[in-house]
Design a protein around this ligand. Structure first.
Ligand SMILES: *Cc1c(COP(=O)(O)O)cnc(C)c1O
Length: 356
């Protein structure tokens, strides 16, 4: 068995892969493959409704929010958010917690004023800045990144703020409950914790739309997709279908609350080994440690290649850290089983016994 620690596209539940492959051959309901049916068919309309409704149930989303499945990745949300909700004379606040926030900031500057109100850049993004108590009422919104996929930090608790909150949850959506009503926009590319690459979940509070006066291309206007239930143009049928299956799987496991217990168990086991093992070190500490992307280093970087080879021999794949950080990264999303983390922990222990 291969253990998939890749950061994204990433692991999916085995049960989802089995259903998705069966549907790629033949949907019993239609006698056709999911890949060759109309996005206007009743079958796919049912899939879309199931995807939206399962998402609403999992995250307890009230009716004044729209749940959209768009294309263009989370990266397109970096510009769609300010294009749709920031007037050119308004200012948006951003917290800079690494690569993805930096990219979001760059795009927002094309549409209005942007202030980076806090950043962990000086400590190489090894922490989440504390913004408690800051007065943000002059800003149109505050943008944060809930889990920093590359650096391995995560908001343990979301900040209480006195402005609208926009959040990139690409790499930890459905990993824990949160109060949607504290947010005006939440978005997530599917390929980390929700499904295959090709669709992006956007949860948007409807009453913030249609307030800016710039012209917005039809495809980039949230209101287009709200009015058409994400179906203005051809849906990414297969990514939405597999995302729906994954959300149903989460629900069957007991929902996002069950994911908290599942993910904590895995993260605790792995961080405990990193902290115990004489060869390894973690550069993220305390409550800022991500439960989705665990980053760690060998104290002696000369052993890096040997460790990756050792991992490969144990069928542990995808552990090389992002090129901008180095070291190692174990992505342990919802779908990963505790057993796979245990295999990694054992490999770290056997590596230690060879090299101590
Ligand atoms: C992967 C990732 C993105 C980019 O997603 P795309 O779908 O590739 O555009 C943005 N934000 C975060 C936090 C990510 O992990």
């Amino acid at each position: 068995m291969t253990h998939n620690f890749f950061a994204g596209p990433a692991i999916l539940p085995q049960e989802v892969l089995a259903k998705a492959s069966a549907a790629a051959r033949n949907l019993e309901e239609m006698g056709l493959s999911i890949l060759e049916i109309s996005h206007r068919s009743d079958f796919f309309k049912g899939v879309m409704d199931d995807a939206v409704n399962t998402c609403k149930r999992l995250l307890n989303i009230p009716d004044d929010y729209a749940v959209l499945f768009l294309t263009g990745g989370a990266s397109s949300q970096f510009y769609m958010v300010p294009m749709n909700i920031l007037k050119s004379d308004e200012t948006a606040a951003y917290v800079d917690t690494g690569t993805w926030s930096t990219k979001a900031i760059k795009e927002a500057k094309m549409f209005g004023n942007v202030e980076t109100i806090a950043s962990s850049k000086e400590d190489n993004y090894t922490s989440i800045p504390n913004i408690d108590g800051m007065d943000l009422s002059q800003y149109r919104y505050l943008h944060i990144t809930s889990n920093n996929t590359i650096f391995g930090t995560q908001y343990d608790e979301f900040p209480e703020v006195n402005t609208r909150l926009v959040c990139d949850m690409s790499s930890d959506i459905f990993s824990r409950p949160f109060d949607v009503t504290k947010f005006d926009v939440v978005y997530a590319g599917a390929q980390k914790n929700m499904g295959p690459a090709g669709t992006t979940l956007v949860i948007v509070k409807k009453d913030i739309l249609d307030k800016v006066d710039r012209p917005i291309p039809t495809m980039l206007n949230y209101s287009t997709h709200v009015a058409k239930n994400s179906g203005f143009n051809t849906h990414p049928v297969f990514p939405i279908y597999v995302s729906m299956l994954t959300m149903q799987w989460v629900e069957k496991q007991g929902g996002v609350t069950a994911m908290v217990a599942r993910n904590s168990e895995k993260a605790d086991a792995l961080y405990a080994e990193i902290d115990r093992n004489a060869l390894f070190t973690a550069n993220i500490n305390g409550q800022d440690r991500s439960k989705m992307n665990v980053t760690f280093q060998l104290k002696n970087a000369d052993l890096n290649d040997a460790f990756l080879t050792h991992c490969k021999e144990h069928n542990l794949l995808g552990l090389k850290g992002h090129r901008s950080v180095g070291g190692f990264r174990a992505s342990i999303y919802n779908a990963m089983e505790l057993d796979s983390v245990k295999v990694l922990v054992q490999a770290m222990q056997s590596f230690e016994s060879h090299h101590a």
